[in-house]
Design a protein around this ligand. Sequence first.
Ligand SMILES: NC(=O)c1ccc[n+]([C@@H]2O[C@H](COP(=O)([O-])OP(=O)(O)OC[C@H]3O[C@@H](n4cnc5c(N)ncnc54)[C@H](O)[C@@H]3O)[C@@H](O)[C@H]2O)c1
Length: 340
Amino acid sequence: MNEVKVAMLGFGGIAKSHKHAYEQLEAAGEPIRLVAICDVDETRFTSGTATNLGVEKAANLEGIHTYTDVDEMLRNEEIDMVDICIPSYLHKEYAVKMMKAGKDVLSEKPMALTSADCEEMLQTARACGRRLMIGQCLRFEPSYLYLKQCIDGGCFGRLKNLFMERLSVHPMWGFEKWYTKTEKSGGCILDLHVHDIDMARFLLGEPDAVSTVSYDDITRWQVVNTRLFYKDVTVIATASWDEAPTVPFSASFRARFEQASVVLGHEGLTVYPNQGTPYHPDIPRANRMAEEIRKLASMVRDREQINESNPPESACQTVRLIERLRESADQGGKRIEIHA
Ligand SMILES: NC(=O)c1ccc[n+]([C@@H]2O[C@H](COP(=O)([O-])OP(=O)(O)OC[C@H]3O[C@@H](n4cnc5c(N)ncnc54)[C@H](O)[C@@H]3O)[C@@H](O)[C@H]2O)c1
């Protein structure tokens, strides 16, 4: 296979970021090409799109075939990989359909609305011999990879505690306002909190116990605060879908090590050593979406099956853990043992 040919399914907010990533990869000479896009709403091909980062102008789709019918796209296009950017309640149905059609699949986070649906996706990937990757894009984000290096390498001593936060206005945008319906988005706990819960597992493995408190309003689990208890460290993570409309989207962490604090905030990534001057560590300037796409495309090209950095089994486990967080939240923050 000379180049990996990709089709995107859904052309709303996140799809625009994926398209930039394909442009970057193609410009860098990566053997990958976005050949087609399917969206049930044809106005998506000519209009701008709202996201938590503002409104993005209409995309340039020169050279890309557009469809509103996925079966027609499958009949007409020779594609190796499908990049699924449709609302979360449709992930399982379309990932399964694409894998059964013989395509490798990148599907956005959260993997699906329930762990049972995630299991069905895993089983289909195994049965069809397809590669499946979930867009847990923080696993490709340089600042989080730096944090992982600090934890694994012990350069600042032992990690003592970790705080993570992700704040957004309530997402009133999107296809048929799907974010505002708990049964379609899973609420902030599944849609937004999933990033930090998955990251905690990526950094530290499975917690011994969890506890979550939540505030419900337009959706259930709309503002959540979770504690993940590990043997030597506690992770505290907050996610909100209820900020004032004037609050910009933000994502941050504060990791306290024995010899330094490592902080991701408004000023980027900063190391505050116990002694000496704070500094910005030298990290690669990579686009996390491009890196996750590059990873799956290289697996497709090289017919590789093992994805150590972001296996779909792990994304499934993250959804399963979020089900436990909900259980805790629904009992007023009760501590739930994970290995019990
Ligand atoms: N990785 C991230 O950081 C990140 C950020 C934002 C969103 N997401 C995820 O990406 C997914 C999409 O979110 P979004 O904000 O782009 O949503 P969106 O509503 O803006 O876009 C979804 C698009 O899918 C189209 N669509 C709906 N049903 C379809 C179907 N059956 N076939 C083809 N197209 C269909 C809609 O017309 C719409 O254009 C969600 O799962 C969301 O959680 C991930």
